[in-house]
Design a protein around this ligand. Structure first.
Ligand code: GLA
Length: 369
């Protein structure tokens, strides 16, 4: 029997920047998915989700097309198997596996990336594939593109596979340079789930991505072919040339360009545990996601307000948006009082059932000992 764990993530800052070849700063959190697996003699996979009480099967010798699989968790698992087999040109070992998770589904904490990462590490170990973590993350992303139909960036899979305990993970999505950044030891990470399930997340997400590409294309005509992605546009160029781009692509681009600059500033602020600066940057990020990227909503805004009201250092949407959770940074000494006050305040302003999780920053997916 082999057991693998893979964490979910929150993103401190750098939202919707990854697929624009920009910067992100996620943290792997102590809400995790676990897979217990027994290898089989044949190439058959029987996967049971304890969380959903659902079972599904497929065979590795002929992995079904996504449309021929039931929607839901098995698509991610089959997708990972498909991506690993295509990359290694090998057939993997069949497994009988049970999946359990304390990651809330649909809260924007990357439960799907955690599921993918767990199975990627499982087969990497079982079949001695010797693939490095970055390659595993890229193959998980490919699985998500093809088997879940979401044109996601690499942030979630990378956070689940590459993170170091006690640290955030800075990633430059163009060069794939990564660096672990220590978190101030007296700051707590709080996931504040609005209780509002994410809605239209897939179609709206893919639409945002297309709008960013449209903006980059329009700016390339003006600024030349060195503009490959929005990452290449400076805030100064944006001020001058964004008015030439049509709405809503203009506002989408303004968010991405501003957000990339905020990530770099946030790195310095975090290293100095500069609470006022961190607060300013998180709020600027939230406002930009709300007004320019249009991925917030009444509940997410209410939750950010509740967290600030309760004394958070900073708070903002985390993940794709359209419902789901916020991230708040809180002084550890004030944690209990914060949790109480934030919950009360949110309940007064929203009708969904909130959930708060004070999380540790944990290491990326691993085989359990
Ligand atoms: C989802 C995607 C990520 C990233 C975020 C937004 O979580 O999977 O790749 O784009 O949204 O920052």
């Amino acid at each position: 029997m082999l057991c693998v764990r893979a964490p979910g993530r929150v993103n401190l800052i750098g939202e919707h920047t990854d697929y624009n070849e920009g910067y992100v700063l996620p943290v792997a959190i102590s809400l995790e998915t676990r897979v217990h697996a027994r290898p089989r003699e044949d190439m058959h996979c029987i996967i049971y989700s304890d969380t959903l009480d659902e079972q599904a099967e497929f065979n590795l010798s002929a992995i079904p097309e996504p449309a021929d699989l039931p929607s839901g968790f098995v698509r991610y698992v089959a997708g990972v198997a498909w991506a690993l087999q295509a990359h290694t040109e090998r057939t993997l070992t069949g497994v009988e596996a049970t999946v359990c998770s304390d990651l809330p589904l649909g809260a924007g904490l990357s439960s799907s990336a955690a599921l993918e990462a767990a199975f990627a590490v499982l087969w990497n170990t079982l079949d001695e594939l010797h693939l490095d973590r970055l390659t595993l993350a890229q193959l998980c992303q490919r699985a998500e593109h093809v088997y879940a139909g979401v044109q996601c960036g690499l942030m979630d899979q990378a956070a689940s596979l590459l993170s170091e305990a006690g640290h955030a993970l800075f990633l430059d999505m163009r060069t794939l340079f990564t660096q672990s950044v220590a978190l101030p030891p007296n700051w707590a990470i709080v996931v504040a789930d609005t209780g509002k399930p994410r809605a239209l997340a897939e179609s709206e997400y893919n639409l945002r991505r297309a709008q960013c590409e449209e903006a980059a294309g329009a700016l390339r005509i003006v600024l030349g072919k060195e503009i490959i992605a929005l990452r290449d546009v400076s805030p100064e160029q944006a001020a001058l040339y964004l008015p030439l781009v049509e709405e809503p692509a203009r506002r989408r681009a303004r968010h991405v360009i501003g957000e990339n600059a905020r990530v770099l500033e946030f790195l310095t602020a975090l290293r100095h545990a500069d609470a006022p600066r961190v607060r300013h940057l998180m709020l600027a990020s939230h406002t930009s996601l709300r007004d320019d990227y249009e991925v917030s909503g009444a509940e997410l805004d209410a939750m950010v307000n509740a967290c600030l009201h309760a004394g958070a250092i900073g708070a903002r949407i985390t993940g794709a948006g359209f419902g789901g959770a916020c991230i708040a940074l809180v002084e550890k000494a004030q944690l209990e009082q914060f949790l109480h006050q934030a919950e009360q305040h949110y309940r007064q302003h929203a009708s969904y059932e909130p959930r708060f999780y004070a999380c540790e920053a944990v290491s990326g997916a691993s085989v359990c000992l």
